[in-house]
Design a protein around this ligand. Sequence first.
Ligand SMILES: [Fe+2]
Length: 239
Amino acid sequence: MFFDIHSHILGGVDDGAKDLDESIELLKDMYSQGITDVIATPHFYPQTDVLEDFITTVNSKFCELENTIKTKNLPNIYLGCEVFYYSGISKASELEKLALNGSNYILLEPSFSLLGKGFQKELLYLRDTLGITPILAHIERYHREKGFKELVTFIKENNILTQVNASSFTNRHYSRTLKKLIKENVISFIATDTHSKDHRPPLLNEAFMIIEKKFGIDYKQKLLKNSEELFKKITGKGN
Ligand SMILES: [Fe+2]
């Protein structure tokens, strides 16, 4: 069983799957890799998207997909989104509407230029004051940015949850960064962040094979356990 917390499987809502057919193709691929449960996390850009319109659109696409796959051997799907960070986001109203499957976890996409103290302060405010726990999306992607090193230290010291893309394990460009993140013990979850069969397919099998080979079976099991425990918290299933 594997729980994927980051995917762009909803058709026609962002730069992920184009339509219902492509959503189903991606879900088939995921199922064949042992992914049993997937959260659809279309991009939400708070400064340009209108919250109510976004929710109406993604809900309708989600229901359509859910009805289509009901009788098929495909992963269970849930709804969330990937919220782009901007300075002041913690003051936004109704942020909880963007959480993963109505839980108190939010998938937050860091901004390349805003990784410093203000960002870090807001992460703590979201989690410790508002009770909305951020999970930082694909943190490896920011490895060249100013403040990345300090961010990693902050993540470690404050137990901030993070996610790394499965595809990054198959990309040599990230190998040093991933090694460092693993050494610092700051990766909480691996997810596909799949967009399409061509652009970032769900490479979970490959990623876990590499993780086991390079970092050991215990580390792989730890990541799988993290994902299973989060699944229980987010869906209420398996408790
Ligand atoms: Fe994404």
